[in-house]
Design a binder for this molecule. Structure first.
Ligand SMILES: Cc1cc2nc3c(=O)[nH]c(=O)nc-3n(C[C@H](O)[C@H](O)[C@H](O)COP(=O)(O)OP(=O)(O)OC[C@H]3O[C@@H](n4cnc5c(N)ncnc54)[C@H](O)[C@@H]3O)c2cc1C
Length: 364
C-alpha cells in the first residue's frame, strides 16, 4: 500500500496501516511535516458548531492519548480552551457530547487566561478543560521515527489506475512505483494529483500567517487555546500556546488572508502580509496585554478549504484503489482520520459508502 504525503495526515494513515499489518510506503517529497503541518503547535478543541465534529474531536482526543502512551511523549497539552463570544447552544452541545465545559465569568476568565483583557465581550465565555495545544512538531517527529524506512523521500508526478482497476502505478522522482492501493494525503498537492485519476477535488488556497509573541512574564498556569468570536475588538481571532513563554495568534476567518492561485503548492514569493500582521499586533495590544507585542516568530503556510461546503470542511474521495482527503484544520483529527482512512483503504469491497465527513466554520 502506498501513502502520498508525509504531513500529519499521511503519517497517521501510514502508521494506522502498519498497525493493521499492511506493508506500507509513505512518499514525501520534502521534509516530513514541512507543509501545512509546520510549526510547534496546533489547537485541539472540542468546540465546533457542528455536533458531529464535537464527537469526532472527542474520538480524536482518545487517539491523541493513545499515541501519547504508545510513544511515551507529551503530544497533547492540558492547557484547556477558552472561547469568548460563544453561544448557549455551543455550551449545550459540548455537554451533550460529554465534554465537561462550563461558562466563565470575567474573574474566571482572568484566572484561566491571565494575559488577556476580556471584559465587555458579547456572548458567553466558555471553558473546555479537556482541550489543549497539540505538540505538532513533536507529533511529526515521533510518527516519522515510528515509520522508519517506510517513509521515503520521493515526489509523485502522476498516478494511474491499472485497467483491471485493482492496482495503481505511480510515476515518481525515484522511479515507477506499483501498489495495490494508494492513499493521497498531499495537502495542497492533492487536487493536482488526483485529477490524473478523475477525482473532482478542488481546493481554494489562502496564504495564512500566524505570529508568535513572548509573554511578559512566564505564564502560570500554561496559557490555554483561545478563540474570540465576539468581534468586540474588531477581529475574529484564535490563539494557542506556542510552548514555553510563547503564544501564537492568528486571524480565524480564512477570507482575511490573501487568496492564492489554483493548484499552487506553496505560498508564492512576495505575498504581502503586512495588513494581517498589523491587525494581529493591534489585536494583541488591545486584548492580550500580557504579551510583548513584538512578534518573535511566524508560520506562513497555505491553508486549503473546499469551496463547495457552506462553511470550511473536509471530505474523502474514492476512485477504485485511490483514496484521498482534502480540507482544512485536520491536525486535531489526525489520529481518527488516520484510522478511518486505513480502514477504508483495506476494505475488500471498494464500493462507495459514507465515511466521516464534516463541515465547519473557520479556525483550527
Ligand atoms: C498556520 C496554521 C495554523 C493551523 N492551525 C490549526 C489548528 O490550530 N488546529 C488544526 O487542527 N489545524 C490547524 N491548521 C491546519 C492543519 O495544520 C492542516 O490541516 C494539517 O496540518 C494538514 O495536514 P496534511 O498532512 O493533510 O497536509 P500537509 O501537512 O501539507 O502534508 C502534505 C504533504 O504532502 C507532500 N506532498 C505534496 N505533494 C506531493 C507529491 N506530489 N509527492 C510527494 N509528496 C507530496 C507535501 O510536501 C506535504 O508535506 C493550521 C494550519 C496552518 C497553516
Amino acid at each position: 500500500m502506498c501513502v502520498v504525503g508525509g504531513g500529519v495526515i499521511g503519517l497517521a494513515v501510514a502508521a494506522a496501516l502498519r498497525d493493521k499489518g499492511v506493508e506500507v510506503t509513505c512518499l514525501e517529497h520534502g521534509a516530513p511535516g514541512g507543509g501545512q503541518s509546520a510549526g510547534r503547535t496546533r489547537q485541539f478543541r472540542h468546540l465546533h458548531r457542528n455536533p458531529a465534529l464535537i464527537e469526532l474531536a472527542a474520538r480524536a482526543r482518545t487517539g491523541w492519548l493513545n499515541w501519547q502512551e504508545r510513544f511515551d511523549r507529551t503530544l497533547l497539552g492540558s492547557e484547556g480552551a477558552l472561547r469568548a463570544g460563544a453561544e448557549r447552544f455551543e455550551l449545550d452541545a459540548l455537554r451533550t457530547a460529554g465534554v465537561p465545559a462550563v461558562e466563565l465569568d470575567e474573574q474566571g476568565a482572568a484566572e484561566h487566561f491571565p494575559i488577556a483583557r476580556l471584559s465587555q465581550r458579547e456572548g458567553m465565555i466558555i471553558w473546555d478543560p479537556l482541550a489543549g495545544a497539540i505538540r505538532a512538531a513533536e507529533t511529526i517527529s515521533v510518527l516519522t521515527e515510528h515509520l522508519g524506512e517506510s517513509l521515503q523521500r520521493a515526489e509523485v508526478h502522476s498516478i494511474a489506475i491499472e485497467p483491471s482497476g485493482e492496482s495503481v502505478t505511480l510515476q515518481t522522482s525515484t522511479g515507477v512505483h506499483h501498489s495495490a492501493r494508494c492513499v493521497i494525503c498531499a495537502g495542497a498537492g492533492t487536487d493536482r494529483l488526483v485529477r490524473t485519476v478523475g477525482l473532482p477535488v478542488h481546493q481554494d488556497r489562502q496564504a495564512h500567517l500566524r505570529l508568535s509573541f513572548h509573554a511578559k512574564v512566564m505564564p502560570a498556569p500554561a496559557l490555554p487555546c483561545f478563540s474570540d468570536r465576539s468581534s468586540d475588538a474588531g477581529e475574529i481571532v484564535y490563539g494557542l500556546s506556542d510552548l514555553g513563554d510563547r503564544y501564537a495568534v492568528g486571524l480565524a476567518a480564512v477570507t482575511t488572508y490573501p487568496a492564492v492561485e489554483d493548484l499552487a503548492l506553496d505560498v508564492p514569493h512576495g505575498v504581502d502580509h503586512s495588513a494581517q500582521c498589523r491587525r494581529i499586533v493591534e489585536y494583541t495590544k488591545r486584548v492580550l496585554p500580557g504579551l510583548d507585542p513584538g512578534p518573535v516568530d511566524q508560520v506562513v503556510r497555505l491553508t486549503t478549504t473546499l469551496p463547495n461546503h457552506p462553511e470550511d470542511g473536509f471530505d474523502f474521495y474514492r476512485a477504485g484503489p485511490v483514496l484521498a482527503i482534502a480540507g482544512p484544520n485536520l491536525f486535531k483529527f489526525a489520529p481518527v482520520i488516520g484510522e478511518q482512512m486505513a480502514e477504508e483503504a483495506t476494505r475488500d469491497d471498494a464500493s462507495e459508502r459514507p465515511m466521516i465527513r464534516a463541515t465547519e466554520t473557520g479556525e483550527g
